[in-house]
Write a protein that binds this ligand. Structure first.
Ligand SMILES: Cc1cc2nc3c(=O)[nH]c(=O)nc-3n(C[C@H](O)[C@H](O)[C@H](O)COP(=O)(O)OP(=O)(O)OC[C@H]3O[C@@H](n4cnc5c(N)ncnc54)[C@H](O)[C@@H]3O)c2cc1C
Length: 384
């Protein structure tokens, strides 16, 4: 998106990707697009002044409209549908908090969240495992590999050079330009944007210390009988639950269950073992899927930040945009446009560059603490 924005503004742009375009999280995510950032919106208002918090919230809505606009204007065929999402309470207390939250969203932001008590849940989802939920009609879903391919095509048509199997090994400042060393040769550039999110390596050690790679895992079943589809998801919504180790799931346009989550935060769990664990979680919620075969299991890397917020920044003159914390389909698109507008001079500021981008003294780029963090979140799921 950054490349497309810059190319349309008249710049000569190349995207350098170590694998194939979209190979990272962008082609393998759950395709769920919802308002807000990973940090809860009410916490934004506690952490920042009201004006900045409101601006950050509004960007999350604008980011969804941006997808709408791109799909329409660039003709991206990616099964984009706006059927809303249902946030499900895994415990009774979570439902009370959701109800309170819905009132806060209405009063503070004028944003409607529809509360669904447990007695009415069956009209939304084919399980009795939850204690109620809230619906946000603004949300949508897409097929991520088709979406990122559509963006790449638009960028290529706008004149962007897409360089695959082209790992960036080193970026060195050379007066007013940068010398970029890649596995396919040297390149000179006036500006460099790093957008490596959960795949951030040692290119900029100060950046690596600010983003933690964590794993997220997905399974997909074979196509379900149309009756089962209607029972499981009568309104075709996306679902996610209220646990720290949350599950996110939806039916795909061809009627399969796509079920995502994690057991640990480690990025490299075995695909068969993670599939077995995810399947157990799925069958606990939908016993009717016990006999349905799985056809796919995969994983990808999220880019976590210590403040659970995405950031635009600059280190040694090199620009970056990352840190989507598992909520990047719309937000990464938005920050891509934002950084493109900043570099082309069409904008002079972004709220994402106004917030400090923290690291921790104990993190040098090796996420040794992920197993401990996973235990901590599992314990919180038990008690809270
Ligand atoms: C399993 C999974 C499910 C998810 N589900 C959702 C969801 O439902 N909704 C949602 O909003 N978000 C979701 N996310 C998060 C979302 O996918 C990401 O936030 C978003 O795709 C990040 O986009 P990006 O372009 O910043 O990074 P990525 O798409 O991860 O791209 C980074 C790229 O950088 C490349 N790279 C790294 N280092 C170098 C180098 N030195 N040289 C060249 N190339 C390099 C990598 O190969 C990679 O392709 C999910 C993520 C995962 C992994």
């Amino acid at each position: 998106m950054a490349a497309l924005t810059l190319a349309r503004a008249g710049a000569r742009v190349a995207v350098l990707e170590q694998q194939t375009i979209g190979w990272g999280a962008s082609s393998r995510n759950g395709g769920m697009v919802s308002p807000g950032l990973k940090l809860a919106t009410r916490k934004l208002f506690k952490q920042f002044d009201a004006e900045l918090a409101r601006e950050l919230w509004q960007t999350s809505l604008d980011a969804i409209e941006l997808i709408d606009e791109l799909v329409r204007n660039e003709g991206i065929d990616c099964n984009w549908q706006r059927d809303g999402h249902l946030h499900l309470a895994s415990k009774e207390a979570h439902f009370e908090a959701m109800r309170d939250n819905a009132a806060w969203f209405r009063d503070a932001l004028g944003h409607t969240l529809r509360v669904v008590p447990s007695a009415e849940l069956r009209s939304e989802i084919g399980t009795d495992k939850y204690f109620g939920g809230v619906i946000d009609d603004v949300s949508g879903a897409l097929q991520p590999a088709k979406y990122v391919a559509g963006l790449a095509k638009a960028a290529a048509v706008a004149g962007v050079r897409l360089m695959e199997q082209c790992e960036v090994m080193h970026v060195a400042r050379d007066r007013d330009t940068f010398q970029v060393t890649t596995t396919r040769g040297l390149l000179r550039a006036g500006d460099v944007i790093v957008a490596t999110n959960g795949y951030t390596g040692q290119l900029l050690p100060e950046l690596q210390r600010r983003v933690v790679p964590a794993g997220s895992y997905i399974i997909v079943t074979g196509p379900l009988h149309p009756d089962a589809q209607r029972e499981i998801s009568p309104s075709g919504r996306m679902f996610y639950d209220s646990k720290w180790f949350l599950n996110y799931f939806r039916l795909t346009p061809d009627g399969r269950m796509l079920w995502g989550g994690r057991n640990s935060l480690m990025p490299d769990a075995d695909a068969i073992q993670s599939a077995q664990a995810l399947r157990r979680q799925m069958v606990r919620v939908f016993p009717q899927l016990a006999e349905v075969p799985l056809t796919h299991s995969w994983s990808g890397r999220l880019g976590l930040t210590f403040d659970m917020l995405p950031h635009i920044g600059r280190i040694d003159g090199v620009h970056y945009a990352l840190g989507y914390n598992g909520h990047g389909v719309s937000i990464a698109t938005y920050l891509g446009r934002e950084i493109g507008l900043l570099l082309s001079g069409a904008k002079s500021r972004s709220p994402f560059m106004d917030i400090p981008h923290p690291t921790r003294f104990f993190y040098d780029g090796q996420p040794w603490f992920l197993p401990l963090a996973a235990r901590y979140f599992q314990a919180r799921d038990l008690v809270s």
